[in-house]
Structure formats: structure tokens, C-alpha cells
Write a protein that binds this ligand. Structure first.
Ligand SMILES: [Zn+2]
Length: 98
């Protein structure tokens, strides 16, 4: 298998980075993005099937936890002003922790 192109900056031939029990990862030598080798990405059908398994609703605790986990690194890196703006746009409805 040849080294894949970085999906973020399109630099060709991102070298091997890591292999776990399920997948092989590469890291871009330019932007340092670590990504799963394309051969291990889900098919569109598998992705749709997984999407259908969960409820994306503000009253679903699992969905709120997912959003908190996904947003936390970004919120942590924001200034106070940016954080207030971000929270005003939607996180308060999804996260009682904020
Ligand atoms: Zn890159």
C-alpha cells in the first residue's frame, strides 16, 4: 500500500505514523495531521448505517456528551470573548455544564 495524500492540505505521500489493532494511521509531514489510511475508512453505506443508530437531539444525553467531547478542545483554546460568542450560538442548549 502506498503512502496516501493528506486529506487536509493535499501534500502527497504522508508517511506511516501508527498501527493499532484495527487500522493504520499516517501523519502529514507538512500540517502534521494524523489520519486513518483511506483503505480503513468506512464505506458510505456503513457510515449511513452508523449515523442511523443514534439520536441527534438536544434531549439525548449521549448526544450532548458527544458534543461536549467534540467541542471541549476548541472551547478551551478560545479567548473569553470568543468563548462567550460560541456559547451564545448553541452550546448552552446542548450542555448544562456551560
Ligand atoms: Zn497535511
Amino acid at each position: 500500500m502506498s503512502d496516501p495524500m493528506c486529506p487536509l492540505c493535499r501534500t502527497p505521500k504522508a508517511p506511516f505514523y501508527h498501527q493499532d489493532r484495527r487500522r493504520i494511521y499516517h501523519q502529514c509531514s507538512v500540517c502534521h495531521l494524523v489520519f486513518v489510511a483511506p483503505a480503513y475508512l468506512p464505506t458510505a453505506q456503513n457510515e449511513q448505517a452508523e449515523y442511523q443508530l443514534h439520536e441527534n437531539h438536544a434531549h439525548d444525553a449521549g448526544y450532548r456528551q458527544f458534543l461536549i467531547r467534540a467541542a471541549a478542545p476548541f472551547v478551551h483554546g478560545l479567548s473569553t470573548l470568543q468563548r462567550g460568542w460560541t456559547l451564545a450560538v448553541g452550546l448552552p442548549r446542548c450542555s448544562p455544564a456551560y
